[in-house]
Design a protein around this ligand. Structure first.
Ligand code: ADP
Length: 365
Protein backbone atom coordinates (compact mmCIF):
# COMPACT_ATOMS: atom_id res chain seq x y z
CA UNK A 1 0.00 0.00 0.00
CA UNK A 2 1.29 3.51 -0.80
CA UNK A 3 2.66 5.48 2.13
CA UNK A 4 0.33 8.15 3.39
CA UNK A 5 1.65 11.68 2.84
CA UNK A 6 1.43 14.82 4.94
CA UNK A 7 -0.52 16.52 2.15
CA UNK A 8 -3.17 13.80 2.23
CA UNK A 9 -3.51 14.11 5.99
CA UNK A 10 -3.82 17.90 5.83
CA UNK A 11 -6.30 17.67 2.97
CA UNK A 12 -8.48 15.36 5.06
CA UNK A 13 -8.19 17.60 8.09
CA UNK A 14 -9.53 20.51 6.06
CA UNK A 15 -12.92 18.87 6.48
CA UNK A 16 -12.78 19.59 10.21
CA UNK A 17 -14.11 23.00 11.12
CA UNK A 18 -13.55 24.92 14.31
CA UNK A 19 -17.21 25.36 15.38
CA UNK A 20 -16.57 28.83 16.78
CA UNK A 21 -14.77 30.20 13.76
CA UNK A 22 -16.50 28.47 10.86
CA UNK A 23 -13.18 27.83 9.19
CA UNK A 24 -11.22 24.61 8.95
CA UNK A 25 -8.50 23.76 11.45
CA UNK A 26 -5.77 23.58 8.80
CA UNK A 27 -6.42 27.06 7.39
CA UNK A 28 -6.69 28.39 10.92
CA UNK A 29 -3.15 27.09 11.51
CA UNK A 30 -4.27 24.91 14.39
CA UNK A 31 -2.64 21.69 13.17
CA UNK A 32 0.94 21.32 14.35
CA UNK A 33 3.80 18.86 14.59
CA UNK A 34 2.47 16.39 12.04
CA UNK A 35 4.45 13.14 12.24
CA UNK A 36 4.18 10.18 9.90
CA UNK A 37 5.92 6.87 10.30
CA UNK A 38 5.02 3.61 8.61
CA UNK A 39 1.31 4.40 8.60
CA UNK A 40 1.30 5.80 12.16
CA UNK A 41 0.15 9.42 12.24
CA UNK A 42 0.38 11.91 15.07
CA UNK A 43 -0.37 15.61 15.22
CA UNK A 44 -1.33 18.35 17.62
CA UNK A 45 -4.33 20.67 17.47
CA UNK A 46 -3.48 23.94 19.13
CA UNK A 47 -6.32 25.32 21.16
CA UNK A 48 -7.06 27.82 23.82
CA UNK A 49 -6.83 25.80 27.06
CA UNK A 50 -10.21 27.04 28.30
CA UNK A 51 -11.79 25.50 25.21
CA UNK A 52 -9.95 22.19 25.70
CA UNK A 53 -12.76 20.18 27.26
CA UNK A 54 -15.37 21.34 24.67
CA UNK A 55 -13.06 20.51 21.81
CA UNK A 56 -12.76 16.81 22.58
CA UNK A 57 -15.35 15.98 19.84
CA UNK A 58 -13.29 18.02 17.35
CA UNK A 59 -10.13 16.14 18.33
CA UNK A 60 -11.92 12.82 17.95
CA UNK A 61 -13.39 13.84 14.57
CA UNK A 62 -9.92 14.84 13.34
CA UNK A 63 -8.53 11.50 14.47
CA UNK A 64 -11.33 9.55 12.81
CA UNK A 65 -11.09 11.34 9.50
CA UNK A 66 -7.37 10.64 9.24
CA UNK A 67 -7.86 7.06 10.38
CA UNK A 68 -10.20 6.49 7.46
CA UNK A 69 -7.46 7.33 4.93
CA UNK A 70 -5.95 4.36 3.10
CA UNK A 71 -2.62 3.24 4.54
CA UNK A 72 -3.19 4.72 7.99
CA UNK A 73 -2.73 2.24 10.82
CA UNK A 74 -3.05 4.42 13.89
CA UNK A 75 -3.70 8.08 14.60
CA UNK A 76 -3.06 10.19 17.64
CA UNK A 77 -4.39 13.73 17.77
CA UNK A 78 -3.73 15.70 20.91
CA UNK A 79 -5.10 19.04 21.97
CA UNK A 80 -2.20 21.27 22.87
CA UNK A 81 -2.27 24.59 24.60
CA UNK A 82 0.96 25.79 23.11
CA UNK A 83 -0.38 29.12 21.90
CA UNK A 84 -1.75 30.20 25.20
CA UNK A 85 1.68 31.27 26.30
CA UNK A 86 1.54 33.60 29.19
CA UNK A 87 3.98 36.40 28.42
CA UNK A 88 7.20 34.48 28.47
CA UNK A 89 10.83 35.38 28.17
CA UNK A 90 12.21 35.18 24.65
CA UNK A 91 12.30 31.52 23.62
CA UNK A 92 15.78 30.30 22.77
CA UNK A 93 16.32 29.71 19.06
CA UNK A 94 16.17 26.18 17.73
CA UNK A 95 15.26 22.86 19.31
CA UNK A 96 14.59 21.47 21.77
CA UNK A 97 11.54 23.55 22.60
CA UNK A 98 10.42 23.47 26.18
CA UNK A 99 7.29 21.98 27.61
CA UNK A 100 4.00 23.68 26.87
CA UNK A 101 3.17 26.74 28.90
CA UNK A 102 1.52 25.75 32.09
CA UNK A 103 2.80 22.23 31.48
CA UNK A 104 0.94 19.19 32.58
CA UNK A 105 -1.46 21.07 34.79
CA UNK A 106 -3.01 22.53 31.69
CA UNK A 107 -3.13 19.11 30.09
CA UNK A 108 -4.89 17.78 33.12
CA UNK A 109 -7.75 20.13 32.43
CA UNK A 110 -8.28 18.30 29.16
CA UNK A 111 -7.46 14.72 30.08
CA UNK A 112 -8.45 12.24 32.70
CA UNK A 113 -6.85 8.96 33.72
CA UNK A 114 -7.10 6.29 31.05
CA UNK A 115 -8.90 3.04 31.65
CA UNK A 116 -6.46 0.22 31.03
CA UNK A 117 -8.78 -2.70 30.84
CA UNK A 118 -7.13 -6.07 31.32
CA UNK A 119 -3.94 -4.64 32.82
CA UNK A 120 -3.75 -5.27 36.55
CA UNK A 121 -0.69 -3.23 37.48
CA UNK A 122 1.48 -0.63 35.80
CA UNK A 123 5.00 -0.01 37.09
CA UNK A 124 7.20 2.79 35.74
CA UNK A 125 10.98 2.53 35.78
CA UNK A 126 12.57 5.97 36.07
CA UNK A 127 16.00 7.51 36.51
CA UNK A 128 17.34 10.97 37.17
CA UNK A 129 19.53 10.89 34.08
CA UNK A 130 20.38 8.74 31.06
CA UNK A 131 22.94 5.96 30.90
CA UNK A 132 22.44 4.57 34.40
CA UNK A 133 21.04 1.28 33.12
CA UNK A 134 17.34 2.06 33.46
CA UNK A 135 16.36 0.17 30.29
CA UNK A 136 18.60 -2.79 31.12
CA UNK A 137 16.98 -2.94 34.54
CA UNK A 138 13.46 -2.59 33.13
CA UNK A 139 14.04 -5.44 30.65
CA UNK A 140 15.53 -7.81 33.20
CA UNK A 141 12.86 -7.05 35.80
CA UNK A 142 10.10 -7.64 33.25
CA UNK A 143 11.74 -10.96 32.33
CA UNK A 144 12.11 -11.85 35.99
CA UNK A 145 8.39 -11.29 36.55
CA UNK A 146 7.63 -13.44 33.50
CA UNK A 147 9.96 -16.16 34.82
CA UNK A 148 7.81 -16.12 37.92
CA UNK A 149 4.76 -16.95 35.82
CA UNK A 150 3.34 -13.47 35.42
CA UNK A 151 1.87 -12.14 32.17
CA UNK A 152 4.08 -9.19 31.45
CA UNK A 153 4.18 -6.33 28.95
CA UNK A 154 7.07 -3.93 28.51
CA UNK A 155 6.38 -0.48 27.13
CA UNK A 156 9.37 1.48 25.91
CA UNK A 157 8.45 5.12 26.46
CA UNK A 158 11.99 6.47 26.34
CA UNK A 159 11.65 8.98 23.52
CA UNK A 160 15.30 9.97 23.84
CA UNK A 161 16.62 6.52 23.02
CA UNK A 162 14.11 3.73 22.57
CA UNK A 163 16.25 0.63 23.14
CA UNK A 164 13.90 -2.04 24.46
CA UNK A 165 13.18 -3.85 21.16
CA UNK A 166 16.93 -4.16 20.56
CA UNK A 167 17.50 -5.44 24.09
CA UNK A 168 14.73 -7.99 23.62
CA UNK A 169 16.18 -9.07 20.26
CA UNK A 170 13.09 -7.86 18.38
CA UNK A 171 13.81 -6.80 14.82
CA UNK A 172 10.41 -6.86 13.15
CA UNK A 173 7.86 -4.06 13.20
CA UNK A 174 4.45 -4.30 14.81
CA UNK A 175 1.49 -5.27 12.66
CA UNK A 176 -2.19 -4.49 12.80
CA UNK A 177 -4.77 -6.83 14.29
CA UNK A 178 -8.07 -7.60 12.55
CA UNK A 179 -9.79 -5.08 14.81
CA UNK A 180 -7.41 -2.29 13.80
CA UNK A 181 -5.26 -2.33 16.94
CA UNK A 182 -1.47 -2.57 16.96
CA UNK A 183 -0.31 -6.08 17.84
CA UNK A 184 2.53 -5.91 20.37
CA UNK A 185 5.69 -7.83 19.52
CA UNK A 186 6.76 -10.71 21.66
CA UNK A 187 9.98 -12.37 22.71
CA UNK A 188 11.10 -14.39 25.73
CA UNK A 189 7.44 -14.62 26.76
CA UNK A 190 6.83 -10.90 27.21
CA UNK A 191 4.91 -8.46 25.05
CA UNK A 192 6.67 -5.34 23.92
CA UNK A 193 5.83 -2.07 22.27
CA UNK A 194 8.10 0.90 21.74
CA UNK A 195 7.63 4.57 21.00
CA UNK A 196 10.52 4.01 18.57
CA UNK A 197 8.10 2.18 16.27
CA UNK A 198 5.92 5.27 15.99
CA UNK A 199 8.40 8.12 15.67
CA UNK A 200 11.75 8.68 14.07
CA UNK A 201 14.43 8.62 16.75
CA UNK A 202 16.00 11.87 15.65
CA UNK A 203 12.72 13.79 15.64
CA UNK A 204 11.31 12.38 18.85
CA UNK A 205 13.42 14.48 21.13
CA UNK A 206 12.33 17.77 19.63
CA UNK A 207 8.69 16.99 20.15
CA UNK A 208 6.86 19.14 22.52
CA UNK A 209 5.51 17.47 25.60
CA UNK A 210 1.92 17.08 24.41
CA UNK A 211 2.98 15.42 21.17
CA UNK A 212 5.13 12.87 22.91
CA UNK A 213 2.41 12.29 25.43
CA UNK A 214 -0.03 11.71 22.60
CA UNK A 215 2.22 9.05 21.13
CA UNK A 216 2.54 7.40 24.52
CA UNK A 217 -1.19 7.41 24.85
CA UNK A 218 -1.41 5.63 21.53
CA UNK A 219 0.87 2.95 22.97
CA UNK A 220 -1.70 2.30 25.67
CA UNK A 221 -5.01 2.63 23.97
CA UNK A 222 -4.22 1.39 20.46
CA UNK A 223 -2.07 -1.59 21.42
CA UNK A 224 -3.73 -4.97 21.90
CA UNK A 225 -1.96 -5.72 25.19
CA UNK A 226 -4.57 -8.28 26.18
CA UNK A 227 -4.64 -9.50 29.77
CA UNK A 228 -1.53 -8.55 31.71
CA UNK A 229 -0.56 -8.98 35.34
CA UNK A 230 1.92 -6.19 34.98
CA UNK A 231 2.90 -3.61 32.40
CA UNK A 232 6.42 -2.27 32.97
CA UNK A 233 7.14 1.16 31.46
CA UNK A 234 10.65 2.30 30.64
CA UNK A 235 10.31 6.06 31.09
CA UNK A 236 12.58 8.66 29.52
CA UNK A 237 15.33 9.80 31.92
CA UNK A 238 14.77 12.86 34.03
CA UNK A 239 11.70 14.47 35.44
CA UNK A 240 10.13 16.24 32.51
CA UNK A 241 6.75 17.22 31.34
CA UNK A 242 6.18 13.76 29.86
CA UNK A 243 6.60 12.11 33.24
CA UNK A 244 4.10 14.35 34.89
CA UNK A 245 1.58 14.01 32.12
CA UNK A 246 2.06 10.24 32.14
CA UNK A 247 1.56 10.19 35.85
CA UNK A 248 -1.66 12.08 35.41
CA UNK A 249 -2.99 10.01 32.51
CA UNK A 250 -1.80 6.50 33.32
CA UNK A 251 -3.04 4.68 36.39
CA UNK A 252 0.43 3.84 37.68
CA UNK A 253 0.70 1.39 40.55
CA UNK A 254 4.09 2.79 41.43
CA UNK A 255 7.50 3.86 40.22
CA UNK A 256 10.98 2.45 40.65
CA UNK A 257 14.02 4.68 40.55
CA UNK A 258 17.27 3.33 39.11
CA UNK A 259 20.48 5.06 40.06
CA UNK A 260 24.22 4.42 40.03
CA UNK A 261 26.22 4.82 43.24
CA UNK A 262 27.99 7.95 42.05
CA UNK A 263 24.69 9.70 41.33
CA UNK A 264 22.90 8.56 44.38
CA UNK A 265 24.07 11.39 46.59
CA UNK A 266 23.27 13.89 43.88
CA UNK A 267 19.97 15.56 43.45
CA UNK A 268 18.69 13.18 40.75
CA UNK A 269 17.13 10.51 42.91
CA UNK A 270 15.60 13.18 45.11
CA UNK A 271 14.13 14.98 42.12
CA UNK A 272 12.50 11.77 40.96
CA UNK A 273 11.13 11.11 44.38
CA UNK A 274 9.66 14.56 44.79
CA UNK A 275 8.15 14.51 41.31
CA UNK A 276 6.31 11.25 41.96
CA UNK A 277 5.26 12.50 45.38
CA UNK A 278 3.77 15.61 43.76
CA UNK A 279 1.59 13.51 41.49
CA UNK A 280 0.80 11.04 44.26
CA UNK A 281 2.46 8.05 42.65
CA UNK A 282 4.00 5.74 45.24
CA UNK A 283 7.72 5.19 44.79
CA UNK A 284 8.21 1.46 45.27
CA UNK A 285 11.91 1.84 45.87
CA UNK A 286 15.41 2.47 44.64
CA UNK A 287 17.65 0.08 42.72
CA UNK A 288 21.37 0.67 42.69
CA UNK A 289 22.76 -0.33 39.30
CA UNK A 290 26.46 -0.72 38.53
CA UNK A 291 26.74 -0.97 42.28
CA UNK A 292 30.14 -2.69 42.40
CA UNK A 293 32.47 -4.21 39.85
CA UNK A 294 32.12 -7.92 39.30
CA UNK A 295 35.25 -9.25 37.60
CA UNK A 296 34.22 -11.73 34.90
CA UNK A 297 37.62 -13.48 35.13
CA UNK A 298 38.24 -14.03 38.81
CA UNK A 299 34.70 -13.41 40.06
CA UNK A 300 36.04 -10.95 42.61
CA UNK A 301 33.97 -8.02 43.73
CA UNK A 302 35.43 -4.50 43.83
CA UNK A 303 33.55 -1.60 45.35
CA UNK A 304 34.66 1.08 42.93
CA UNK A 305 32.38 3.60 44.52
CA UNK A 306 31.86 3.53 48.22
CA UNK A 307 29.45 0.77 48.96
CA UNK A 308 26.23 1.05 50.91
CA UNK A 309 25.66 4.69 50.00
CA UNK A 310 22.50 3.95 48.08
CA UNK A 311 20.90 2.13 50.93
CA UNK A 312 21.78 4.91 53.36
CA UNK A 313 20.50 7.51 50.91
CA UNK A 314 17.28 5.55 50.29
CA UNK A 315 16.74 5.32 54.05
CA UNK A 316 17.33 9.02 54.38
CA UNK A 317 14.77 9.75 51.68
CA UNK A 318 12.28 7.37 53.19
CA UNK A 319 12.46 5.15 50.09
CA UNK A 320 12.75 1.39 50.17
CA UNK A 321 16.03 -0.01 48.91
CA UNK A 322 15.16 -2.82 46.52
CA UNK A 323 18.64 -4.14 45.79
CA UNK A 324 21.89 -3.71 43.97
CA UNK A 325 23.05 -4.95 40.58
CA UNK A 326 26.79 -5.11 39.91
CA UNK A 327 28.65 -3.59 36.98
CA UNK A 328 29.47 -6.63 34.90
CA UNK A 329 30.31 -6.86 31.23
CA UNK A 330 28.05 -9.90 30.99
CA UNK A 331 25.06 -7.71 31.80
CA UNK A 332 26.08 -5.23 29.13
CA UNK A 333 26.83 -7.82 26.47
CA UNK A 334 23.67 -9.80 27.02
CA UNK A 335 21.31 -6.84 27.03
CA UNK A 336 22.96 -5.02 24.15
CA UNK A 337 22.95 -8.16 22.00
CA UNK A 338 19.28 -8.89 22.54
CA UNK A 339 19.70 -11.77 25.02
CA UNK A 340 19.14 -10.21 28.45
CA UNK A 341 20.76 -12.16 31.23
CA UNK A 342 17.54 -13.21 32.96
CA UNK A 343 16.46 -14.94 29.73
CA UNK A 344 19.84 -16.20 28.55
CA UNK A 345 21.30 -17.38 31.86
CA UNK A 346 18.45 -18.12 34.25
CA UNK A 347 20.79 -19.70 36.81
CA UNK A 348 23.30 -16.86 37.07
CA UNK A 349 23.89 -14.86 40.23
CA UNK A 350 22.75 -11.72 38.44
CA UNK A 351 19.48 -13.33 37.41
CA UNK A 352 18.88 -14.29 41.04
CA UNK A 353 19.27 -10.65 42.02
CA UNK A 354 16.78 -9.51 39.40
CA UNK A 355 14.36 -12.22 40.51
CA UNK A 356 14.71 -11.14 44.10
CA UNK A 357 14.09 -7.48 43.25
CA UNK A 358 11.13 -8.39 41.02
CA UNK A 359 9.70 -10.40 43.91
CA UNK A 360 9.95 -7.38 46.21
CA UNK A 361 8.26 -5.17 43.63
CA UNK A 362 5.53 -7.70 43.08
CA UNK A 363 4.88 -7.93 46.79
CA UNK A 364 4.32 -4.16 46.84
CA UNK A 365 1.84 -4.06 43.98
P1 ADP B 1 19.56 3.98 30.35
O1 ADP B 1 18.28 3.30 30.00
O2 ADP B 1 19.59 4.43 31.79
O3 ADP B 1 19.96 5.06 29.40
P2 ADP B 1 20.82 1.52 29.47
O4 ADP B 1 20.02 0.47 30.15
O5 ADP B 1 20.60 1.78 28.03
O6 ADP B 1 20.71 2.89 30.29
O7 ADP B 1 22.35 1.19 29.76
C1 ADP B 1 23.41 1.96 29.27
C2 ADP B 1 24.55 1.02 28.92
O8 ADP B 1 25.05 0.44 30.14
C3 ADP B 1 24.15 -0.14 28.04
O9 ADP B 1 25.19 -0.44 27.16
C4 ADP B 1 23.93 -1.29 29.02
O10 ADP B 1 24.16 -2.57 28.45
C5 ADP B 1 24.98 -0.98 30.08
N1 ADP B 1 24.63 -1.48 31.40
C6 ADP B 1 23.49 -1.25 32.09
N2 ADP B 1 23.53 -1.84 33.30
C7 ADP B 1 24.72 -2.49 33.38
C8 ADP B 1 25.37 -3.29 34.39
N3 ADP B 1 24.79 -3.53 35.56
N4 ADP B 1 26.60 -3.78 34.09
C9 ADP B 1 27.20 -3.52 32.91
N5 ADP B 1 26.67 -2.78 31.94
C10 ADP B 1 25.43 -2.25 32.17
Amino acid sequence: MAEITAEQVLEALKQIKDPEKDQNIVDLGMVSGLQLKDGHVAFGIEVDPERGPQLEPLRKAAEDIVHALPGVLTVTAVLTAEREAAPEPQAPAGPPPGPPPGGPDQQQATFQKMDLLGIDAVVAVASGKGGVGKSTTAVNLALAMAADGKRVGLLDADIYGPSIPRMLGIKEKPTQTASGMIAPLENYGIKCMSIGFLVEEETAMIWRGPMATGALEQLFKDVAWGELDCLVIDLPPGTGDIHLTMAQRVPLSGAIIVSTPQDIALADARKGLSMFAKVEIPVLGLIENMSYFHCPHCGERTDIFSHGGAKTEADKLGMDFLGEIPLDIVIRETSDSGHPIVASDPESEHTKKYLEIAGKIWAKI
